[in-house]
Design a protein around this ligand. Structure first.
Ligand code: ATR
Length: 276
C-alpha cells in the first residue's frame, strides 16, 4: 500500500491474514509515499517485481498518468485504489464501489428504484454516487460546500446520461426532512463522527430517521457512530464501514492473486486491529 500517512491502516493486517490462511507466498507492506513521489514509487513496481499495490489518500487521482491501462470503472471515477503489475504493465482498478455495494446487497438492499441520501461530496461520495446512480437509485447529495455537491451531481448525471442526482445544503432543514422521510437509504461519506471526534454527528434532522431507512456509515472507527446509534434507536437497519473495507480489499486481493480470499478471516483481522 502507498499512502501518506499510512500509520493507522488496517489493510496490512487484513491482507496478511488472508495470505496466511491460504498459504500463499506474498507479503503486504504499507509504504509512506509523499505526494510528489507517487510517480517513481508506482513505476518501482516494475523494477522490483511487486505484484500490486493499494493506493490511498492522497494518491488515488495523482497516480493515473503513470499507469499503462485503466479499467473502465476507475476511468469513470478518475480514481484508482488498486494497481496490478501484469508482466510489467501497470493496470489501475477501483474496487471502492464494489466494496460499497456488495455489503449492501448482502444485507438484502437493492438500489434499483430506491431513493438515497448521500452525505458528503468528496472522494468517497464520488464512488458511492456513481455506483448508486448506475444501479438505478435516485440520489440527493447533501454537503457543507454546495459547489462540490453541485459539481458531483452534474458529473454523475452526465456520466449516466439521466437526471439521477440532485443536491441540498445541510441548512435546508425542511426540504432535507422531506427527502429523508421519503428515502430508503442514507449513506454518510463524511468524516463527521470519526474517531477522535466520535461525539460529532452529521447536521441532519435526526427526527427524520425512520425504520424504513437503511443507514450506512462508511466510518469504522468507532464501529458505531452516533449517527448509527440514532438510526438503530428508531429501528432502522444499519451498516458500518468495516464491510466496505473488507470487500474492497477482497476485490483487490482477487485481482492480484486470482484467488477469492476468506472474507471472515479478513474481517476478524480488521476487528482485532481496531481493538488494538
Ligand atoms: P473522502 O475522500 O474521504 O470523501 P474528502 O474528499 O476530504 O474525503 O471529503 C470529505 C467530505 O466530508 C466532504 O464532503 C466534506 O465537506 P466539504 O465538501 O464541505 O468539505 C465533508 N466534511 C468533512 N468535515 C465536515 C464537517 N465538519 N461538517 C460537514 N461536512 C464535513
Amino acid at each position: 500500500m502507498f499512502g501518506y500517512p499510512v500509520e493507522h491502516t488496517l489493510s496490512p493486517a487484513m491482507h496478511n491474514a488472508a495470505i496466511a490462511a491460504l498459504g500463499l507466498h506474498y507479503v503486504y507492506i504499507p509504504f509512506s509515499v509523499p505526494p510528489d513521489q507517487i510517480g517513481p514509487a508506482i513505476r518501482s513496481l516494475v523494477a522490483l517485481g511487486i505484484i500490486g499495490v493499494n493506493l490511498t489518500i492522497p494518491h488515488k487521482e495523482r497516480v493515473l498518468p503513470y499507469l499503462d491501462q485503466i479499467a473502465p470503472e476507475a476511468q469513470a471515477l478518475g480514481a484508482v485504489n488498486t494497481v496490478h503489475n501484469v508482466e510489467s504493465r501497470l493496470i489501475g482498478y477501483n474496487t471502492d464501489d464494489r466494496g460499497f455495494t456488495e455489503p449492501l446487497r448482502a444485507a438484502g438492499f437493492s438500489p434499483q428504484g430506491k431513493r438515497a441520501v448521500v452525505l458528503g461530496a468528496g472522494g468517497a461520495a464520488r464512488a458511492v454516487t456513481h455506483r448508486l446512480a448506475r444501479d438505478g437509485a435516485q440520489i440527493t447529495l447533501v454537503n457543507r460546500t454546495p459547489e462540490r455537491a453541485q459539481a458531483l451531481a452534474d458529473e454523475v448525471n452526465r456520466s449516466v446520461g439521466r437526471e439521477m442526482v440532485d443536491w441540498l445544503h445541510f441548512a435546508e432543514r425542511t426540504r432535507l426532512t422531506d427527502v429523508m422521510k421519503g428515502a430508503q437509504l442514507l449513506v454518510n461519506t463524511t468524516s463527521v463522527g470519526m474517531s477522535p471526534n466520535y461525539q460529532a454527528i452529521p447536521p441532519i434532522p435526526l427526527d427524520a430517521l425512520h425504520p424504513g431507512l437503511f443507514v450506512y456509515d462508511l466510518i469504522y472507527r468507532p464501529q458505531e457512530t452516533r449517527l448509527l446509534a440514532a438510526a438503530r434507536a428508531v429501528g432502522a437497519q444499519t451498516l458500518n464501514g468495516i464491510a466496505m473495507l473488507v470487500h474492497q480489499g477482497a476485490a483487490a486481493f482477487e485481482i492480484w492473486t486470482g484467488t477469492r480470499p476468506p472474507l471472515d478471516v479478513m474481517e476478524q483481522a480488521v476487528l482485532a486491529g481496531l481493538e488494538r
